[in-house]
Ligand binder design. Structure first.
Ligand code: FES
Length: 87
């Protein structure tokens, strides 16, 4: 599990093992658009401030993944203890 902080509101919550980052955000009232929930469509793309990302999608380019500034929360998550989202 890891902790997520929403930059704009300061809201913080935990993403449990077996739960997607997208689901955790929606459960905590953080609205993120989504569609495929399979890392394919691009609808859920979210900006990242910091965190060691673990990418599981096929939407972002390798360069975008390496930048550490974008994540597809329907399938991707964070390896470090804290993820800060730029929303
Ligand atoms: Fe389609 Fe996340 S909802 S990539």
């Amino acid at each position: 599990s890891y902790q997520v902080t929403i930059k704009s509101s300061g809201k913080a919550f935990t993403v449990s093992p077996g739960q997607t980052l997208l689901q955790a955000c929606l459960d905590h009232g953080v609205a993120i658009d989504y569609s495929c929930e399979q890392g394919v469509c691009g609808a859920c793309m979210t900006k990242v401030v910091s965190g060691e990302l673990q990418h599981g999608d096929v939407y972002l380019s390798a360069k975008e993944k390496d930048s550490g500034t974008l994540i597809m929360p329907c399938v991707s998550g964070c390896r470090s203890e804290t993820l800060i989202l730029d929303i």
